[in-house]
Design a protein around this ligand. Structure first.
Ligand SMILES: NC(=O)c1ccc[n+]([C@@H]2O[C@H](COP(=O)([O-])OP(=O)(O)OC[C@H]3O[C@@H](n4cnc5c(N)ncnc54)[C@H](OP(=O)(O)O)[C@@H]3O)[C@@H](O)[C@H]2O)c1
Length: 256
């Protein structure tokens, strides 16, 4: 008896933000290995080109270099990129920044930057893609890369936590609002994963702080591929009965 691979993404077009680095790049590589056609978004053209080169069937994939902080200014380019490559089946929002700022000195500019990129940009993308003319008739799977900071706090991380818990809240309400259209929404909450973003964290600069972080992860720190495996599950038909969930992928960080 032939068993279909439920993790296959063959014939599915998937848009990935943050595809030029770290977790987004790793998700792109794994999705391509499962047969997906990819639409890659980031700012840095050279690194987007590199992601495309690292993917199987590289001539099949497309990229758009765009600053998601200026979504309104770039709306026409983004919309034509989406319509040119419709129908779109999947969206992964991995673009993000992780500011560490003591609450008492938080400025409006910093609040707006973090919310604009981490949250508002994907709201605009979901509104665009969920239009009948752009989304796949098979339904859709949308995966928002949140963080364990959506579940717990940390000194200096109030702004980051607020943006990441917003993504979890968004996915739950939209999971209900869009279920009858066959659109599923889920979040993934990683703890510390080795990427350029986490390499720049303050705890990397001092051995004692890094040891403290290591002690909080019973299975050690994560690799981008650990998050990619979870994303492929949530994008594929293997998770056809999963929506509105926050999948914690954290090496045991939250088990304490
Ligand atoms: N690494 C971790 O430990 C960790 C843990 C929990 C959650 N996360 C989350 O995982 C996601 C990916 O993080 P990462 O560690 O892979 O970070 P990363 O390596 O720094 O990658 C961040 C990505 O976001 C894109 N990006 C940043 N600003 C942008 C803008 N204004 N417009 C468009 N794209 C922009 C970057 O594109 P360019 O480089 O081309 O500008 C890059 O592709 C983030 O949402 C982060 O919060 C990470």
């Amino acid at each position: 008896m032939k068993i279909n691979n439920p993790y296959s993404l063959k014939g599915k077009t998937i848009l990935i933000t943050g595809a030029s680095s770290g977790i987004g790049q790793s998700i792109a590589i794994l999705c391509a290995s499962q047969g997906a056609k990819l639409l890659l978004i980031g700012r840095d053209r050279d690194r987007l080109e590199k992601t495309k080169d690292l993917c199987e069937n590289k001539s099949m994939h497309e990229f758009l270099s765009v600053d998601l902080l200026s979504f309104e200014e770039n709306k026409v380019r983004v919309y034509s990129f989406l319509t040119d490559h419709a129908p779109i089946y999947g969206l992964v929002h991995a673009a993000g920044i992780s500011p560490t700022i003591p609450f008492k000195i938080l400025k409006e500019k910093q609040l707006l930057e973090a919310f604009n990129l981490n949250v508002f940009s994907v709201i605009y993308l979901i509104q665009a893609i969920s239009k009948v003319s752009i989304r796949s008739s098979e339904g859709m799977s949308i995966v928002l890369i949140s963080s364990v900071m959506s579940e717990v706090g940390e000194k200096g991380k109030s702004l980051y936590s607020m943006t990441k818990s917003s993504l979890v809240a968004l996915s739950k309400s939209l999971a209900l609002e869009y279920a009858n259209k066959g659109i599923r929404l889920n979040a993934i909450s990683p703890s510390v994963v080795d990427t350029p973003l986490s390499m720049n964290s303050h705890y990397r600069k001092d051995e004692n702080s890094l040891n403290d972080v290591l002690k909080q992860h019973p299975l050690g720190l994560g690799m981008p591929s650990d998050i990619a495996n979870a994303a492929v599950f949530l994008l594929s038909d293997a998770s056809r009965w999963v929506t509105g969930t926050n999948l914690i992928v954290d090496g045991g960080y939250l088990a304490r």
